[in-house]
Design a protein. Structure first.
Length: 255
């Protein structure tokens, strides 16, 4: 691990990729881990596992859709130890496309990301090239490459943060702030545990965390994996609409 990446903040750290990233950086002798989630029992279990490796772990029960509380927490973390890497990871699947579930998906997957990135950017800007690593990581999804009829709200929300992250990466590079967009395929999590649809190239969260960390180290703009799904998603996104509609219409819906 890059020795300049000492203090790491992860939203949605109580399960899935967030949990795996917390454990990965704990094993890599991080200085401080700042972890938030909505389930106290799961979050405390993750914190306990991380603490076994001697890392300083700080937890917060937090709903990232609350802009003021999320910003206050991130500022509090920065005062405890200068943040080097901020993961905007918290996210949900939609399930049934009811009005309530649709709004919940957009609120968490989009505004939860913005509520994490925006104060992080301002903190990094205040440092004015202090020499500390200043990295932001946005967790999108391969589902963000093309709208999926089986999960319209989820794929749309992930497409939004993918596009925003790609654009902000270019702008922030001028200020020596690194931003990486992460687009995983099917990775073991509480979301995929509920899936009944086929999940090609399914991956364990620990393997995903290693790929993500390596991509951040190399400063890859888009960390998309596994590669066969990346190619398929990219190819589907450039096809004429009539062809892509036919292909994507054959993909089974989640039930």
């Amino acid at each position: 691990m890059n020795k300049n990446i000492k203090n790491i903040l992860i939203t949605g750290a109580s399960s899935g990729i967030g949990e795996a990233l917390a454990l990965y950086y704990a094993k890599q002798n991080a200085g401080h881990l700042f972890l938030c989630g909505r389930n106290a029992e799961r979050l405390n279990n993750v914190a306990g596992e991380c603490a076994r490796f001697g890392v300083n772990v700080h937890t917060k029960i937090l709903d990232v859709t609350d802009r003021e509380k999320t910003s206050a927490w991130i500022e509090e973390c920065e005062k405890t130890a200068p943040l080097n890497l901020i993961f905007a990871n918290a996210g949900v699947s939609t399930g049934e496309e009811t009005p309530e579930n649709i709004y919940n998906t957009f609120n968490i997957n989009i505004f939860g990301v913005l509520n994490t990135l925006t104060p992080g950017i301002e903190i990094y800007r205040r440092r004015n090239n202090s020499g500390e690593s200043a990295i932001l990581a946005v967790v999108s999804s391969i589902a963000g490459y093309h709208g999926l009829a089986g999960c319209p709200s989820y794929s749309a929300s992930k497409a939004c943060v993918k596009a925003y992250g790609e654009a902000m990466r270019i702008r922030l590079a001028r200020e020596n702030i690194q931003l990486n967009v992460i687009c995983p395929g099917f990775v073991r999590s509480r979301i995929t545990d509920k899936n009944t649809c086929p999940m090609p190239f399914f991956m364990e969260a620990e393997n995903a965390a290693e790929i993500i960390a390596a991509g951040i180290e190399k400063n890859k703009g888009l960390i998309t994996f596994p590669w066969p799904m990346r190619f398929a998603a990219w190819f589907g996104s450039i096809l004429p609409n009539c062809i892509s509609n036919f292909i994507y219409g054959k993909i089974p819906f989640k039930v």
